[in-house]
Design a protein. Structure first.
Length: 238
């Protein structure tokens, strides 16, 4: 069953479609955690516009995974500018007239930059990034999907993208650690954190419904953790 068919099947077992009172949702998480799948499900459910990262347009990506040091800067800069152009399209089209769900947060680009770039490259990257960041629309809520390295490896193998076949465990561990550090300090928008080792939004309709209910609830704390206990959301206090 394809990802699209998986999503359609999951949604057929889930709640009926409803309008989304929130204008912009961003789904984030490390490579292979299921960002695009969940973003697709949320967009279908809320009848929102789906914004997907255009990773396949990056001409340096295959070389990067074969030899990270060789084309790290080119790969990172291409992603930064590509995401920026896509975000500008939102501003100049219909962001203010319909709801959107994206499978990335623009500011997360720095996570990969800090892992992959040298000190001099990072300095130049930050000069470009800081200039672009000022005009990028901010989501109303970010959903951060956590996942163990074992789960990520399983999902990466399952989807079978050729350029990812040489990705090693050590690199995924670096990315997971960098993501956790980034979102531990993240306070720019409302944040919902969920572990994909505990929750299967695609195959467990009740998990997806709980997430939807939490997105819609009001009032809400600025940082929430989805857990299997009661209450299943906990406010971050430290």
């Amino acid at each position: 069953m394809s990802v699209t068919n998986d999503v359609e099947y999951a949604l057929s077992r889930s709640m009926k479609q409803e309008a989304l009172p929130i204008r912009y949702i961003a789904v984030e998480g490390p490579i292979g955690v299921g960002k695009s799948t969940l973003a697709d499900m949320l967009a279908h459910h809320f009848r929102a516009r789906l914004i997907l990262e255009r990773y396949e347009e990056n001409p340096f990506l295959q070389t990067f995974y074969d030899d990270r040091r060789r084309t790290a800067f080119q790969t990172q800069l291409f992603f930064l500018l590509s995401r920026y152009r896509q975000q500008q399209e939102l501003i100049h089209t219909d962001l203010f007239y319909e709801s959107c769900v994206s499978d990335y947060l623009f500011s997360k680009d720095r996570i990969f930059a800090e892992v992959n770039l040298t000190r001099d490259e990072l300095k130049l990257y930050e000069e470009v990034s800081s200039a672009l960041d000022k005009t990028v629309p901010m989501p109303d809520v970010v959903i951060y999907l956590q996942g163990s390295v074992s789960l990520l490896q399983q999902n990466i193998k399952k989807r079978g993208r050729n350029f990812e076949k040489n990705m090693n465990r050590e690199y995924l561990e670096q990315i997971v650690s960098a993501y956790n550090d980034f979102f531990f300090h993240y306070r720019d928008t409302r944040l919902i954190v969920a572990s994909c080792d505990d929750f299967d939004f695609l195959r467990m309709p009740e998990h997806f419904q709980r997430l939807v209910s939490t997105i819609l609830r009001s009032p809400y704390p600025p940082v929430e953790y989805l857990s299997k206990g009661e209450p299943f959301f906990e406010l971050l206090t430290n």
